[in-house]
Structures are given as C-alpha cells and as structure tokens.
Design a binder for this molecule. Structure first.
Ligand code: ZN
Length: 495
C-alpha cells in the first residue's frame, strides 16, 4: 500500500464514522426520540453534517486522488483499491459543488420538517406543513442549481439516489410501465380479502415477523427490529443493521414490511468486509438496493412455495383469525390487485403507479410548473387518473409519505426501478438455483441469500448501477418487461 493510499483510507474511515453517526442520529430521531427533541436534534444533525461535508470536500482528498491516478490505472478495474479511488473521485467532485452551508441547511430543515409532518399528518392539516414543504423544495432547487444539467433540474437530485440516471431515462421506463400497469389493474379480478382486514395482535405479529427475519441469513448478533412511523432500514456497520416495521390497526402488513426491510438488511450485511469503513460499503443505487427488499418482500414473501411452508405456523399463531381460511384463499388475498389511496398498502401492481404520480409531481415542482401549495389538488387528480381512487383526505393523500418532509426529493423513482430490477435479477437467480421452489417449500432461504450476497451484495458500491446489473444479467439496461410479464402471470393466476 502506498503512503497516499494509506492516508486516503484514513481520511475516508473518519468520514465514514461521521456518516454512520449521522445515520444513528436520524435512526434515533425516528425510533425513540420524544417530539420535544426535534429542535436540538436538527441542530446536531446540521453541525455534524457540515463537519462531515467540510472534511470530505477538503482539497487534500482531491490531491490524494490525483496522485493516486497512476496507481489506480495499474490495477484491475474492479479491485477494491481502483474502485475506491474511482468512486470517491466522483463523489468528491459532486460534493465539492454543494456548499457545506447548504448541506447543513438541508439536514436541519429535513429534521425540523419531519417533526412538523408527523403532526400535520396526524391532524390532517396540509396548511401547517406547507411552509416546511416550500422550504425543502427551495433547498433542493438551490442544490440543483449547483450542477449543470441537460434535461431537467430534477436530474441532479435523482443522481443522489440513482447515480448516472437522468430524468429522461426514468421517464422512458415509466412511460412503458404506466399504460401496461393500468391495463393489468383494469383486467385483474377483484378478490375478497376482507378476512385480513381485522385486528391481529401486535405482539404475536412481532414474534412472527422476527421469526421470519431470523431465517433469511442475517447473523444473529448483527440486527434488531424496532417500530417507527415509516418502516426503514439503516446500518451502522455490516454487523449492526437496524430494521423498523409498523403495526397497523388491521391486517398483517408488518410481516411483509419486515421481509422488505430484511432485504435491505441483507444487502448491508452482505457487503464485503474489506469495504467496511469506506464509502464503498453500501449499494450502487437505491434502485438496486430496493430490488432486494422487493425480492424478499414479494418474489419470496408472496410466493406459493414460501407460504406452503409458513402458512400453517401463521394459522397456529392466529387461530381465531385464520383458522378457517384455506391456503388458496390466503394466497389470492396476499397477491390480489386492489387500488388504494395509500402507497404503504398498495399491492405489487398498483405500487409503481403510486410512484409514477410522485415522480411527476416532484419533477414538476422542480421544473416550476407546479407550486407546492397546489400539490394536494394535483395529487388527488393524479390518483383519480392513474388508479381511479378517490383520496379521502390529505392525511391519506399528499401527507402520507415522509420523503418530502425529510428533504429526500428525487428518491421516489428508486422504488419503482427496484421493482423492475428485482425481476431482471430474479430470472438469473432462478437459473442459478434450479430447485429454489423446493428450498422455499422447506423454509430454506440460505442458498438464496448466499447466492445474492456473493453475486451482488458483496460488491458494495464498487461498480456503477448499470455495471452491476450487467455483471449479474449480462445486459446493463433497465428492462421493465420481465416485471410486467411477472405481474401479468400473477393476475392471470388469480382469475
Ligand atoms: Zn425499501
């Protein structure tokens, strides 16, 4: 190891510690902090965020990266060192464009607005949230102005979550999805799933959810499950992965939400140990990361072989609610297509239509063809147009998500891209593990998670999103067709 590389790694390890500490503060805010802590937490996040940013954009890191160019070129493209230098160079050049003060302002505003949003949603009061929402959009517009973009000021925002993809690229994928999904929704039979629309004891749900999570391939001492207003997963190291879920008044959604977060957890847990404490410990894009949460939530967690193993234990856990419900009835209910106002309750088909709406709206606000104050009306019209759903109130409409409150504008498309990518990777998995269904029927998930860890999770952020997809599937393109074929087959099986 050259002295320059050692120095670079030392600097990056410290920055990584600061970033994980920022994540810890956010996790704690969303899981245990009393509402009274909002102001102090916003200040702490802003201070730590500014410090982290100032350290990262320091000129010394640029000099080290420049001096390491010949070394980088002497190495294999996907070696740890070459990847570190290459990926950090792009991160550094991007981060240099944003003033540290703006970074701090975003963290502070996002933290404060989250507190306002929780109250506004609880009281169905959009007007109360509007000033914070306007400020967040304004901060993101100022961020976009730090970059040159060709198609839309939305592209620099998108790049934070889905590197190298432009607004035009996303719109092209969504233009294929929109009519195809609408057609599947129109033709799918309506299923009576009302037996799930009753209360299920939260403590028994939690035990069952933890039981499922304990089978996916996470080391026992490396994860925990908590509750939060909006389920999420974060990690402070590959051996300290935090998932949250949420228990609703009715239904068993917490089980699938836990499987979903387990997919994120497996990704964080599966990153190669050699990438720990570097900016490569993560995933190349949120779309790829989401492809794995969708894999575990839906491709595994709604499949017939999976439930042929788990349905009896579930019936034994909830004998009053499910004792008389047959396996086929249960399978139809958890795979049905049913438009709803809430993204968090959406099925696999309608889900991406919720995302397309959010993408359209946030993009229009960035492009200044829509004002934040007009979002509720545009939201309700879009829900009617895309899903034929009447939005009952803003709490179940424009206020339902945390993302705009947390200043994560540009994040939404990654969910639908994740759906699409999950099927591209799943086709390869199926070929690699021919008896996968038998394994799922036996409740055996370790070969699957091991394959995904070795083939995908362990790479971390070494390659770009399309290089990563190409390494797995042989083609770099994001292709919606396998996803659509999967949904059509599922809808046909319901009929
Ligand atoms: Zn997710």
């Amino acid at each position: 190891v050259t002295p320059d590389l050692r120095r670079l790694r030392e600097r990056l390890a410290e920055i990584s510690d600061l970033r994980r500490t920022l994540l810890l503060l956010s996790w704690e805010q969303r899981v245990t902090m009393p509402p009274g802590g909002t102001e102090a937490r916003a200040n702490a996040l802003a201070t730590l965020g500014r410090t982290e940013h100032e350290r990262f954009v320091d000129a010394e890191i640029g000099h080290l990266l420049e001096r390491l160019r010949p070394y980088e070129e002497s190495l294999e493209y996907d070696s740890d060192d070459a990847s570190l230098i290459r990926v950090v160079r792009r991160d550094w050049e991007k981060a240099r464009r944003e003033p540290s003060e703006l970074r701090a302002e975003r963290l502070r505003a996002g933290s404060l607005a989250h507190g306002v949003w929780v109250e506004a949603r609880a009281t169905n009061d959009f007007a109360r949230f509007l000033p914070a929402l306007e400020r967040n959009f304004d901060i993101r517009k100022r961020y976009a102005a730090c970059f040159e973009w060709e198609d839309s000021p939305y592209t620099p925002l998108l790049d934070d979550f889905e590197p190298f993809m432009t607004t035009t690229d996303v719109a092209a994928v969504f233009d294929v999805l929109r009519p195809a999904l609408a057609e599947i929704v129109r033709n799918a039979p309506r299923i009576d799933a009302s037996f799930l629309d009753v209360p299920f004891a939260h403590d028994r749900q939690r035990v069952f959810a933890e039981r499922l999570a304990s089978t996916v391939g996470l080391d026992e001492d490396a994860w925990r499950l908590d509750t939060s207003a909006h389920p999420f997963c974060t990690s402070f190291s590959r051996r300290d992965v935090r998932m949250t879920t949420r228990f609703m008044d009715t239904g068993l959604r917490a089980l699938w939400s836990t499987l979903h977060e387990s997919g994120h957890a497996l990704y964080a847990h599966g990153v190669a140990p050699s990438l720990e404490r570097t900016p490569l410990a993560g995933s190349p894009s949120l779309g790829l990361n989401e492809s794995q949460s969708r894999t575990w939530e839906n491709l595994v967690g709604r499949s017939r072989p999976f439930w042929s193993h788990w349905y009896e234990p579930l019936q034994r856990t909830f004998p009053d609610e499910l004792g008389d419900v047959g396996f086929e009835t249960f399978m139809s209910a958890v795979n049905c297509v049913q438009p709803t106002a809430l993204r968090g309750r959406a099925d696999e088909t309608t889900y991406s239509l919720h995302i397309i709406l959010r993408f359209d709206l946030e993009r229009r606000v960035l492009e200044e063809t829509l004002e934040p104050r007009d979002l509720p009306q545009a939201w309700n019209e879009g829900m009617q147009e895309l899903l034929g759903v009447e939005v009952p109130d803003d709490a179940q409409g424009v206020l339902q998500d945390t993302h705009w409150a947390s200043c994560q504008i540009g994040y939404f498309p990654t969910y639908a891209l994740g759906n699409v990518i999950s099927l591209q990777i799943w086709s390869v998995v199926r070929e690699a593990i021919p008896d996968l269904d038998d394994q799922l029927e036996a409740g055996e998930l370790l070969e699957l998670s091991g394959w995904l860890r070795d083939g995908l999770y362990s790479l971390g952020r070494k390659l770009t999103p399309s290089e990563t997809i190409e390494r797995l599937t042989g083609s770099p393109a994001i292709d919606p067709q396998p996803f659509l074929a999967y949904l059509r087959a599922k809808a046909a099986a319901l009929a």
